[in-house]
Ligand binder design. Structure first.
Ligand SMILES: [Zn+2]
Length: 314
């Protein structure tokens, strides 16, 4: 989830636009092998918004299956693909839905799987929200690393972006720029001095479990926890949100500073935003080779950018 705060604090009414740009040369494609887990793993925890305890299992899946959720607590165990077409709501977390089956706060787990190059995974859960755990993706990354991975026969295609694409909302934006290598960059700017103006950039050397970039995601991005502003907590709770949020699983800040230090990084909030961006853009299936750049954005803007990219790749 993207800080309890950012959307309410910073986003004016959403007016998404895509600006016209000059046509660029035809895109080329990068190819690589697909991967899945060697074996499954299970973790349990409460959901950030629901506050309910959910048990979640991540299992190997066939080549070409993609990453998908299965609500094993519902009749006929409906499947929910981790794709843009499943996105239902993006208020303070990303929620997927197929029919009446939904799963919320998918972004941290999906970021871990995508950044570690796990293309195919069956994610079973017995509730409607992915456990928040410590508010970061660290537990998921460690679980994937412990489970191990295996290359699959089928190749994946990483399309190259043909031209820049961006979406805006007030002074917030999210953009994708053609680039020689995949990179994610994020900026935030809060009036609270404990947060202030922060930037972070991360580039995997390749989206493969064996790549050096996977290690740096584990070290530099995955441990960053979600965050919020103390003065917004009560209002959100009264709206039925963040019922599972606490000082144990979210950094909370007020005008005088952090309520629950120490931070894991001096710029932990923006690293978490980058984590959210990776998770939301993973709904594209494969990341196009591009430099993704977001500033003061939200799940809503991340998903809006992904939708524009998907259209451009058709
Ligand atoms: Zn988040």
């Amino acid at each position: 989830m993207a800080g309890v705060v950012e959307q309410a604090a910073m986003l004016p009414p959403l007016g998404i636009e895509q600006l016209a740009v000059e046509p660029q040369p035809e895109p080329t494609e990068l190819w690589g092998q697909q991967h899945t887990l060697t074996c499954g793993f299970e973790r349990s925890g409460i959901g950030l918004h629901s506050g309910k305890l959910t048990r979640l299992r991540v299992l190997p899946a066939a080549a070409g299956a993609g990453r998908y959720f299965v609500r094993v607590d519902l009749p006929d165990a409906p499947q929910i693909p981790a794709k843009l077409t499943s996105v239902h709501r993006t208020q303070l977390s990303t929620e997927l839905c197929v029919g009446t089956a939904s799963v919320r706060t998918v972004e941290h787990l999906l970021a871990a799987l995508a950044a570690l190059g796990i293309d195919n995974a069956r994610i079973e859960l017995d509730g409607a929200e992915v456990p928040l755990l410590d508010g970061s993706a660290q537990v998921w990354v460690e679980a994937v690393q412990q489970a191990g991975w295996v290359a699959q026969a089928q190749v994946q295609i990483a399309p190259r972006l043909a031209q820049p694409i961006w979406v805006t909302a007030g002074d917030a934006f999210a953009a994708a720029l053609p680039a020689a290598a995949l990179r994610f960059t994020y900026g935030i700017d809060f009036e609270q001095s404990a947060i202030g103006n922060q930037w972070q950039s991360w580039s995997p050397s390749a989206l493969s479990p064996a790549a050096a970039g996977a290690e740096s995601f584990a070290e530099a991005i995955a441990p960053a926890r979600t965050f919020g502003l103390a003065h917004q907590v009560e209002a959100l709770r009264q709206q039925g949100l963040i019922q599972g949020g606490s000082l144990e699983n979210a950094l909370v800040c007020d005008a005088s500073g952090w309520l629950n230090p120490p931070l894991r990084f001096s710029n932990e909030p923006v690293r978490h935003k980058l984590l959210d961006l990776v998770g939301d853009l993973s709904l594209l299936g494969n990341f196009p080779t591009a430099h993704f750049l977001a500033y003061k954005a939200s799940h809503e803007l991340h998903v809006a950018l992904a939708r524009q990219i998907a259209q451009s790749l058709l």
